[in-house]
Design a protein around this ligand. Structure first.
Ligand code: H79
Length: 570
């Protein structure tokens, strides 16, 4: 029995890894928001959704009665819809997966559902199933077909979350909604459309128990299908396969888990006739490279019109991105995050012993500077001109590359730099200004063991997953002002961590503390630990649990060394 359990432990993470391979490789997906809200296009009885807010929220925003919204939904008739053309556009843009709203918060199903007549086949004159057509075209094109399903929010069902204008909150039986609609529809999607790449849930779930039921349903019907992080209750630990940043969110980097950021092409997800704030191909390429340079995936949205037309401005932008991808995608697919700090001229992606230097702004002196790279440079050339060997040198820890006079492929010219072995960075050293606290947070930490830098789904970042003394985080700190410092720790912790001991070494000095729970979710609070006297000079600071724990020690936000008043010069 014990042996069997051990075997499961060995295999389980491998299974997870295996499932994640395509996701990690592919980087770039198309998100599609399409539903009855697309017909309203941001306007209801003369009232407009302001540019900058979500047009697919129109039912909730204007408290449109269910009866009236249902009546409106009969008008959806996307006669211009062309699954082949949509998939071809995704493919030409370099996107490798496609996620479409099977049901958004308004409760309308964009596929042939037997669970509720409130779906595009039964409710509209269109009588076709766009998800079936898209899934078939995706299969032909080698694009992974995926669905978005809003599993908690439903403004149409009397027991769903969110519609308190038609259905008072007090009378709701949420379990009934889950059993009658949410789970049966998810079951249909997992059964009728072939293998799904992933299911994209939204807005979390109310409890970990309910979340578990959705995770189990996906695992049971399609074990290879990925589950996004928003399946879960936001206060609890991740129960999906990867994290999502907030809508349009961008981390500062350093995350050590699988993640994806959903982003808009203008400022809304569902189509709005008012929103013309389109991103340019350069904007999209720069965002994509930034995301990939930090180890994430980019899920970029289009909001087709009610008739099935994709707005011309979106098509134009995607075509521009596609032209760049056609030539440069080697520097995107299958790459991983750069270990180096963000350079001011662009971003860096990494594959094997190659660094792809994405130059967004051309250095005026023609010299590209890369700080903190430990490896020796072997050779450099533009990705699109491999015969053009560029001179490389190293001086005072900075690698210098002499660039061609002009960019080869604006808005992002890629230079390939080959080095000896896997690219490694000099550790970040935290320095201090005058009388300012030294902040030791996730971004400059080096983690060991199981300790991981993570996103918390409330929009913050922390270090978690420490279970024993070998799971640690370390910072290199340059103290320039000798004197007295207050050591502070900022963290969130659940009840299970109460009394857990942790140890912080600051140079040769040691401080110990015991975890105090901070409540449910990620309610960070700051605790003063100890006053220390520090000399000036370089020290390392390390934190780890004192003993083996059966659970996570804490969600560490940061350590702080706060100078105690004016400081005497040594
Ligand atoms: O599907 C897209 C959004 O509709 C969905 N997620 C992406 C992928 C989403 N669900 N919830 N939220 C986004 C956040 C909710 C924001 C809100 Fe509001 C702020 C809801 C009410 C206030 C923005 C402003 C929307 C309506 C008014």
């Amino acid at each position: 029995m014990i042996r069997f359990v051990c075997l499961l432990f060995l295999i389980a993470p491998l299974y997870g890894q295996d499932r994640m391979q395509w996701f990690q490789h592919d980087k770039f997906g198309m998100f599609i928001h399409w539903g009855p809200y697309s017909y309203l296009a941001g306007e209801w009885k003369g009232q407009q959704i302001p540019v900058g807010t979500e047009a697919e929220w129109i039912m909730q925003r204007f408290n449109i009665p269910v009866a009236e919204y249902r009546e409106m939904a009969h008008n959806l008739n996307p006669v211009q819809f062309d699954a082949k053309a949509w998939v071809a556009l995704a493919k030409a843009t370099g996107m490798k997966y496609l996620v479409i709203t099977a049901k958004h918060h308004d409760g309308f199903a964009m596929y042939a559902s037997k669970v509720s007549k409130y779906n595009i086949v039964d409710w509209t004159p269109f009588h076709r199933d766009p998800l079936m057509e898209l899934s078939q075209e995706c299969k032909k094109a080698g694009i992974r077909f995926c669905v978005y399903y809003s599993h908690r929010e439903d403004w149409d069902h009397p027991d769903g979350f969110g519609n308190n204008w038609d259905y008072p909150r007090q009378g709701k039986n949420f379990d009934r909604y889950l059993e009658e609609k949410s789970k049966p529809q998810l079951r249909e999607l997992l059964t009728n459309y072939g293998p799904l790449g992933l299911v994209w849930f939204d807005r979390g779930m109310d409890t970990p128990e309910h979340t578990r039921q959705f995770v189990d349903l996906v695992r049971q019907l399609q074990p290879q299908c990925l589950i996004n992080g928003r399946v879960g209750s936001y206060g609890a630990d991740l129960m999906g396969d990867y994290q999502n940043m907030n809508d349009n969110g961008m981390p500062t980097g350093g995350l050590q888990e699988y993640w994806e950021t959903p982003q808009t092409l203008n400022t809304t997800w569902g189509f709005s006739k008012f929103d013309q704030q389109w991103k340019t191909p350069a904007d999209v390429i720069h965002r994509m490279v930034e995301i990939v340079s930090k180890g994430g995936n980019y899920l970029l949205n289009i909001g087709p019109m009610a008739d099935g037309t994709i707005p011309a401005a979106s098509v134009a932008t995607l075509r521009g991105v596609g032209e760049w991808m056609q030539k440069n995608s080697e520097s995107i697919y299958g790459t991983s995050a750069s270990p180096l700090a963000d350079p001011n001229w662009g971003r860096i992606t990494v594959k094997g012993d190659a660094l792809f230097l994405h130059v967004f702004s051309w250095p005026a002196d023609g010299k590209l500077r890369i700080a903190g790279l430990i490896n020796d440079a072997l050779e450099a050339h533009p990705l699109l001109d491999s015969a053009n060997r560029l001179a490389v040198s190293k001086s005072y820890g900075t690698t210098l590359i002499s660039l061609p006079v002009r960019p080869i492929n604006s808005p992002d010219t890629v230079i390939v730099l080959r080095v000896n072995g896997t690219p490694k960075a000099e550790p970040t050293v935290i320095t201090q200004g005058s009388d300012t606290p030294l902040l030791l947070d996730y971004s400059s930490a080096v983690t060991s063991g199981r300790a991981m830098k993570r996103f918390n789904r409330d929009g913050g970042f922390h270090i978690a997953k420490w279970m024993g003394p070998s799971d640690s985080a370390t910072w290199q700190v340059l103290v320039s002002q000798a004197g007295q410092y207050h050591l502070r720790i900022r963290y969130a912790a659940g009840a299970e961590s109460k009394g857990d001991r942790y140890r912080i070494s600051v140079g040769h000095q040691v401080a110990e503390g015991q975890v105090l729970p901070t409540g449910d979710g990620y309610q960070y609070s700051t605790v003063d630990l100890k006053t220390l006297v520090l000399k000036s000079g370089r020290i390392s600071v390390t934190i780890a649990p004192v003993s083996q724990l059966g659970h996570n020690l804490m969600f560490l936000h940061s350590l702080e060394l706060v100078p105690d008043g004016p400081i005497m010069v040594e």
